[in-house]
Design a protein around this ligand. Structure first.
Ligand code: IMP
Length: 197
């Protein structure tokens, strides 16, 4: 798996398709429907791309957790803002996360889902920052392991911005260097130019 911090749309699509094939193989011998639960807001693009490559009957739902209070500081005590809205008792649940950092958000989501007694819980995260982990969490499929840097794009934000980028890139070059330009294909006035300091 790549340690790079820039993932083009093509890199992402290729990896999401690979993981989808692996998930399909994993659920191949069950005739039960799978409940895919995306963690908002960051997973909205990932869920859309993933489910188009999954076979079988799917139920798709989302939960929402408050994670970053402000900017890039992780919240050790995230709150469930919106819980699961479909029945999951005795069902196969697949949680889809954009990124696992300290692990607190995923831990919260797993606890919330476990309380509803699903038959099985599995987890796919597109990005995984293992070096930042503070709590151990279940992850079955990882798109890319990445080092400890803050990334934006493909659903992931900084202060609510940059979710619409089709690629993933670091927000800034830290360590005293100048901020990187956030490149994009279109010249949309609200996302062109520099990332915020
Ligand atoms: P954790 O609770 O520290 O694992 O953080 C997980 C959540 O924080 C993710 O669902 C994201 O919303 C957000 N997050 C963590 N790292 C990043 C990042 O590098 N860019 C954007 N969002 C991030």
């Amino acid at each position: 798996m790549s340690k790079a911090l820039y993932f083009s749309e093509k890199d992402i699509q290729k990896r999401v398709t690979e993981v989808a094939h692996s998930i399909n193989r994993y659920y191949a011998d069950t005739c039960q429907e799978v409940v895919v639960i995306g963690v908002l807001n960051g997973s909205f693009m990932l869920v859309a791309d993933l489910v188009r490559n999954l076979y079988g009957t799917l139920i798709i739902d989302f939960v929402k957790v408050s994670s970053y209070k402000k900017g890039i500081v992780s919240n050790k005590n995230p709150r469930m803002q919106v819980g699961v809205s479909v029945p999951i008792k005795d069902k196969l649940v697949l949680i889809v996360e954009d990124i696992v950092d300290t692990g607190h958000t995923l831990q919260k989501v797993i606890k919330h889902i476990k309380r509803k007694h699903p038959a099985r819980i599995n987890v796919f995260t597109l990005l995984n920052k293992t070096s930042r982990r503070e709590v151990e969490v279940l992850i079955n499929w990882v798109g890319f392991d990445i080092p400890n840097d803050f990334v934006v794009g493909y659903g992931m934000d900084y202060a609510g911005k940059f979710r619409n980028l089709g690629h993933i890139r670091p927000l800034l070059k830290f360590r005293g260097e100048a901020p990187m330009k956030v490149e994009q294909k279109s010249s949309h006035p609200f996302v062109a130019g520099r990332a915020p300091d």
